[in-house]
Every structure is written in structure tokens, then in C-alpha cells.
Design a protein around this ligand. Structure first.
Ligand code: CTP
Ligand code: MG
Length: 227
């Protein structure tokens, strides 16, 4: 699907990472996470524009970080991830057929993964890249184990996620009306009854949440740079 638009969610504060700046502005291998994420999106030939949801007050910095990468727009993000997506959606041209939502917190997503989720939009309203759950999953109450969840049929969802633009808009508008919050966009479509499919994700495309994740990412980025 040509002429797709990518939304890069970069407006979070990065509380769990605990740095002196928003997570998307933290550097990995000499470049901010936002530049890694937006750069991968713009390297995908099907994507013609990136809309960045920036932290309030960080709009100019975000603009400077993506300026050299290609066509982009920067909007002020919201208090919640859903609010940030809605703000970005208002800057997506009305004639865009497909929208890819990607978290700036995933710097290792490759252009090929953007292309894969977009290609799988034939016959679906939304496409999520997933990886298997490697560990045994327990349900707990505090430190008391209530049971073990069967792992069959469980997967971990990543971004980038691709959507037909009208479905993404309708699902998020409905979520806002209902006051629903979610940690990914596919969840909004699932709740609204749209067809969401999976494609294989990439185990290397992990999300940076904690200082340990950032340290691991630094080691991997060094290895990748060495070839
Ligand atoms: N995000 C956003 N707007 C928000 C909250 C989150 O655009 N109001 C984005 C983040 O910038 C991130 C992605 O959504 O790229 C996934 O969120 P998460 O990993 O939770 O990042 P933060 O919310 O920044 O981190 P934390 O929850 O630790 O504060
Ligand atoms: Mg968060």
C-alpha cells in the first residue's frame, strides 16, 4: 500500500527509564531514540510522511531530530498515549489510506517490518507484529500465585502496527468517548470490533522501558555498528 503515513509516538515522559529528559530524546549510539524510530519508518518506501507526537515543550527539539530524515510533521502529544495518537491523527492528511503507528521506544524496528505490516493490510483493518511468549506466565495477587496461564495462544505485541486509516480513526474516537485507555492501537480496534491480524514480529525489536533495557540496547547497537 503506497502513500502510507507513520505516526511516531514520542510524547511519553519515560518515568520508568528515569532519565533527565523524555525517553524519546534519550540517545542510543549517538542518536535519539526518536531519530532511530522515525528514520526506520522513512526508510520504508511505502511511507511518505512521518507525524511525530512530541512531549509538550519538546516540539522544536523533536523537529530538529527528524528534520534531515524526510517528510515530517510534529504535533504536541497528550497526557495519555491515546491522546497523543488522536493529536497525531489530526495532522495525517485526510486522503492517507493506511497509517502505521510506532513507538519511539522501539529503536530496532527495521524498514522491512514496516513494509511487512503494511503488506498484510489486505483483508484486515489492522496488523500487529507478534513474537512468542518465552516464559511461563503466572497470575498472581501480590506474591501469592493464583495460577499458571496456558501459553498456547498467547503472543507479545510489538509496533509498528498498520491500520486502514478510517478504522484507526473510528476506533480511537470511540475509545476517547468511552474513556478507554490502552497500551497499543490494535486494542482500540479489537474493542471496536474491527479485524486485527498478526504477522511475525522481530525478537530484536524490543521496547526500551527500564535502564536495563537501555544498557542492553547500547551493547546491541555497538555490535550492529561493528557489523
Ligand atoms: N507515549 C506518548 N504519549 C503519552 C505516553 C506515551 O506518545 N502520553 C509514547 C511514548 O513516548 C512511547 C510509547 O508511547 O514511545 C510507549 O509508551 P511507554 O513505553 O510507556 O513510554 P513512556 O510512557 O514514556 O514511559 P513510562 O510509562 O515509563 O513513563
Ligand atoms: Mg507509559
Amino acid at each position: 500500500m503506497d502513500g502510507a503515513v507513520a505516526i511516531v509516538l514520542a510524547a511519553g515522559s519515560g518515568e520508568r527509564l528515569g532519565q533527565d529528559r523524555p525517553k524519546a530524546f534519550v540517545e542510543l549510539a549517538g542518536r535519539p531514540l526518536l531519530a532511530h524510530a522515525a528514520g526506520a519508518a522513512l526508510t520504508c518506501p511505502e511511507i511518505s510522511l512521518v507525524v511525530v507526537a512530541a512531549p509538550p515543550g519538546g516540539e522544536d527539539l523533536a523537529h530538529a531530530m527528524v528534520e534531515s530524515l524526510g517528510a515530517h510533521a510534529v504535533v504536541t502529544g497528550g497526557v495519555t498515549r491515546r491522546a497523543s495518537v488522536l493529536a497525531a491523527l489530526r495532522a495525517v492528511p485526510a486522503d492517507a489510506a493506511a497509517i502505521v503507528c510506532h513507538d519511539a521506544a522501539r529503536p530496532f524496528a527495521r524498514a522491512g517490518l514496516f513494509a511487512r505490516v503494511l503488506a498484510a493490510l489486505e483483508g484486515a483493518d489492522g496488523v500487529v507484529p507478534v513474537v512468542p511468549v518465552p516464559d511461563t506466565v503466572k497470575r498472581v495477587d501480590g506474591d501469592v500465585v493464583l495460577g499458571t496461564e496456558p501459553r498456547e495462544g498467547l503472543v507479545l505485541a510489538q509496533t509498528p502496527q498498520a491500520f486502514l486509516a478510517p478504522a484507526l480513526r473510528e476506533a480511537h474516537e470511540r475509545a476517547e468517548r468511552d474513556g478507554d485507555e490502552m497500551t497499543d492501537d490494535a486494542a482500540a480496534l479489537e474493542r471496536a470490533g474491527f479485524r486485527v491480524r498478526t504477522v511475525p514480529g522481530d525478537p530484536g525489536n524490543f521496547k526500551i522501558t527500564t535502564p536495563e533495557d537501555l544498557a542492553r540496547a547500547g551493547t546491541i547497537a555497538l555490535e550492529l555498528a561493528r557489523g
